[in-house]
Design a protein. Structure first.
Length: 244
């Protein structure tokens, strides 16, 4: 017969579990509240850095703070050789995108992006599909391409950002667990970062794009200016030229 564990050991395990639970609850309560829509385009103390809200986007023809909801998953619409891709990137969206193209028998010339980002793995899959199509990618004036969305932009050839379009990057989570990612999933994080850098290199994008993302907390977004996008080859033509 296996002897029962000492009562002191049982109490120690219970206390440890309670302590861990309390610590996780405390971390969750300590998280800052999401920024209000009015904050998203307020003057920043760090140049080009803004609060990040994946669930909202600028209203058409404005640069904020008037906002409208961002769909919880990607929505697709087709018009005259263009496919508009709008919303947050959710699990399964790559398969939905492929199915949309197949059902509509589409081979679009341009993929127009307006997305606040989302699941990195899905973004990489969609970016590869866009490259296989041979389509251009574009962020229109008043549109956003944030977080994981630039990986969709990277899939296009050519790649354009219209004046007034916003492209931004920040740190990503590469697993289901969003708590303590650097402590509980270091290997997964590093593997995910390596995969993103490999993807960018294959798409002809300077992997230094990752530097801005890795330096920016997940609750903020680093907005890339036109000069930086051109330098990193995230766009293939000058932003002002894209307006013509």
């Amino acid at each position: 017969m296996v002897p029962a564990p000492p009562r002191r050991a049982i109490w120690a395990m219970l206390i440890l579990q309670v302590a861990i639970g309390a610590a996780l609850i405390g971390m969750d309560l300590a998280r800052p509240a999401p920024p209000s829509p009015a904050d998203l385009f307020a003057p920043a103390t760090v140049p080009q850095m803004r609060p990040y809200r994946p669930d909202v986007r600028p209203a058409p023809g404005t640069d904020g703070p008037q906002m409208r909801p961002m769909p919880a998953r990607l929505e697709f619409a087709h018009e005259e050789g263009r496919v508009a891709v709008t919303g947050q990137i959710a699990q399964g969206d790559a398969a939905r995108f492929a199915r949309f193209l197949e059902e509509q028998a589409l081979r679009p010339d341009t993929i127009a992006l307006d997305s606040s980002g989302g699941v990195v793995a899905e973004a990489l899959l969609i970016g590869r599909q866009i490259r296989a199509l041979g389509a251009a990618t574009e962020v229109g004036g008043g549109g956003v391409c944030l977080s994981a969305c630039p990986y969709l932009l990277a899939g296009g050839d050519p790649r354009r950002v219209r004046p007034g379009g916003l492209v931004g990057v920040h740190q990503h989570y590469f697993g289901e667990n969003s708590l303590l990612p650097a402590f509980l999933a270091v290997e997964d994080v590093q593997r995910g970062q390596a995969e993103v850098m490999r993807y960018l290199d294959r798409m002809g994008i300077d992997p230094r794009l990752m530097m801005h993302g890795m330096e920016t907390p997940a609750r903020e977004i680093y907005i890339l200016d036109a000069e930086r996008m051109e330098e990193l080859r995230l766009v293939t033509e000058p932003v002002q030229a894209a307006a013509e």
